[in-house]
Design a binder for this molecule. Structure first.
Ligand code: TRP
Length: 364
């Protein structure tokens, strides 16, 4: 095949197929790759050799896809992807239309429950969005299960000033009104620096569906995220400084891309969320991906996770030497609370571009 003509769809489809195989998920690969192709929308036919027509915020090089692998002790790994659907001629409204068309097709095939989605869509899908990001999907692949689908909305889609109200109403409409003050008091304490970044929903029946709120903490100290973590049930906050040190390499201020908190609400949670995850944008705090890999391995060792699975996943996604770029490993997250802690690693497709390693500073 002519490498110049490979489409985003085929490029990322091959990566998905390799990733699933590398983690032992050899059943249903063709179907999984088909679901990805469908979710990408018609914009997925664009060749990787041209400049991206839409500046997707999913990944630094604007690839509308990002992979992740979630690990927990004693459980098989889970493969996930974030996908931004795009139209043939991308625009905010055309992309939202492409995303909704994909939802219509999935609704029939995948047996999705869109009850909560329907309850909040009028909040998060205005006719005239104020941001490029309006609607992303997450696709979740587990061995021997049908893929699960999640939707991400943008709390700032009606402007920054409206974000708090959108999250408050979103929680109200999904049955978690009492969670709002808990998040505000623990995670939104630094005006202008703590920001609502995603509102996410599982498209499965209500008893199992999670609602997740993500908050990014700009220029945060470890104590800021420790306080944020303490809002959720069953979180051992002592793990937070340690995770920041192992992945970020410091325990001072995280002044590049922000640390991010996510809160998980499950049916039955009154005010207090059932789960908390901390995301470290590791790519901003390392020289290259070999350094990032070593830090991830240190975290995995600490949580008794199998390092070979992670190395296999890395090798499936990329062909380049790890020290020849930075950003393949984009974020690392630590999941706390029910049912058990886990580590998730976010892996870039790099379909369009590889960022050069940062030079080591020669400060004297
Ligand atoms: N690329 C964006 C960012 O880095 C959005 C994003 C993609 C993200 N994957 C993520 C944010 C995982 C947090 C965690 O912010």
């Amino acid at each position: 095949m002519d490498p110049q003509n490979v489409s985003i769809r085929d490029f990322t489809g091959r990566q998905l197929s390799a990733l699933l195989h590398s983690l032992g998920m050899t059943e249903n690969t063709v179907k999984s790759v088909g679901l990805l192709a469908d979710t990408l929308g018609p914009g997925g036919l664009q060749p990787v050799s041209t400049r991206p027509e839409w500046p997707s915020g999913v990944a630094d090089d604007h690839t509308p896809v990002e992979f992740s692998t979630a690990f927990a002790a004693g459980e098989p790994p889970v493969v996930r992807m974030i996908v931004e659907p795009t139209a043939t001629r991308p625009s905010r409204s055309a992309n939202t239309a492409a995303a909704l068309a994909a939802l219509d097709r999935m609704r029939h095939r995948e047996n999705l429950d869109t009850g909560r989605f329907d309850a909040v869509r009028s909040l998060f899908l205005p006719d005239d969005p104020e941001s490029d990001f309006t609607f992303w999907y997450s696709l979740v692949f587990r061995p021997d299960e049908a893929p699960a689908v999640k939707v991400y909305f943008n709390p700032e889609v009606r402007g920054k000033a409206a974000a708090e109200d959108l999250v408050r109403q979103g929680l109200e409409r999904t049955g978690f009104a009492a969670g709002f003050p808990v998040l505000r008091d623990h995670a939104m304490t630094r005006p202008g620096l703590d920001r609502y970044s995603f509102f996410a929903l599982d498209l499965v029946e209500q008893e199992q569906a999670r609602v997740k709120v993500y908050i990014s903490h700009h220029a945060a100290e470890v104590s800021d995220v420790t306080r944020a973590a303490s809002a959720a049930r069953g979180v051992d906050v002592d793990r937070v400084p340690d995770f920041c040190l192992l992945t970020g390499g410091n325990t001072g201020t995280f002044d590049k891309r922000p640390l991010i908190s996510s809160y998980t609400f499950l049916q039955g949670d009154a005010g207090v969320p059932s789960g908390y995850s901390l995301y470290v944008p590791i790519r901003d705090y390392v020289t290259d991906d070999e350094e990032a890999r070593r830090r991830v391995l240190a975290v995995m060792a600490k949580y008794d996770l199998d390092p070979t699975q992670f190395d296999n996943a890395l090798r499936a996604i990329t062909r380049r030497p790890l020290d020849e770029g930075v950003g393949l490993i984009a974020h690392v997250s630590l999941r706390m609370g029910r049912p058990r802690p886990g580590v998730t690693v976010y892996l870039s497709s790099e379909a369009y571009d590889v960022a050069s390693p940062r030079s080591i500073s020669l400060a004297v």
